[in-house]
Write a protein that binds this ligand. Structure first.
Ligand code: GLN
Length: 210
């Protein structure tokens, strides 16, 4: 069984936990750096990315999350979590005028609130590569991955804008698969964890990207 952490400082973490446990994963809520030890993967949930970023500052979680990735861990960001994974962020800059901090583990330019404000939240059927039937995707102040780097696979798009992308060890969804009863994307994530495992040698140090 994969051991999956769910970042639990803010946002929709309980719903992720429920889906992953229903599929047989062992789930740990993560608030402290030490709670990342021994994880195969981490989910960064939806919520509000600047608030979540400030909590990552407060809990000193930025470097330990990068270290989890560098030792072979798989990361999945949904909505705000996906924004935190991205290299480049557009829209809604922090009020102090500075640059919004991010993990930079997914080479995309993410446009925050790409489909409108809270009142423009919507549910839409979404075809996802690898699934036979579309999912019902819940978009809440959702971002879009408007530039996608090389070697990044676009698994779904809404009105031509990428909303689900994947690399070898990162999955990102602009919408909220944890808010419906459909567990297929969580199953896909567990599958991604399983398939990368044989490739990872824990004794090989992976250089940290700056
Ligand atoms: N718009 C929010 C942000 O930029 C994300 C919304 C969400 O996670 N549902 O952080």
């Amino acid at each position: 069984t994969p051991v999956v952490g769910v970042l639990a400082v803010q946002g929709a973490f309980r719903e992720h936990r429920r889906h992953l446990e229903a599929l047989g994963a062992q789930v740990h809520e993560v608030r402290l750096p030490a709670e990342l030890d021994g994880l195969d993967a981490l989910v960064l949930p939806g919520g509000e990315s600047t608030a979540m970023g400030r909590l990552l500052d407060a809990f000193d979680l930025w470097t330990p999350i990068r270290a989890l990735y560098n030792r072979g861990g798989v990361l999945w960001g949904t909505c705000a979590g996906a924004i935190l994974l991205s290299t480049d962020i557009l829209g809604a800059p922090p009020q102090d005028g500075g640059r919004q901090r991010s993990l930079g583990l997914l080479d995309v330019t993410v446009q925050r609130n790409a489909f409108g404000r809270q009142v423009d939240s919507f549910v839409a059927p979404l075809a996802v590569a690898g699934l036979d039937e579309p999912i019902e995707a819940v978009f809440i102040r959702a971002p879009a991955f408007d530039r996608v780097g090389q070697d990044i696979e676009v698994l779904a798009a809404h009105h031509g804008r990428p909303v689900m992308v994947q690399t070898a060890r990162v999955l990102a969804t602009a919408f909220h698969p944890e808010l419906t009863m459909d567990t297929r994307l969580h199953a896909l994530f567990l599958q991604q964890i399983e398939t990368r495992r044989p490739e990872v040698d824990p004794n090989v140090a992976v250089e940290e990207k700056i």
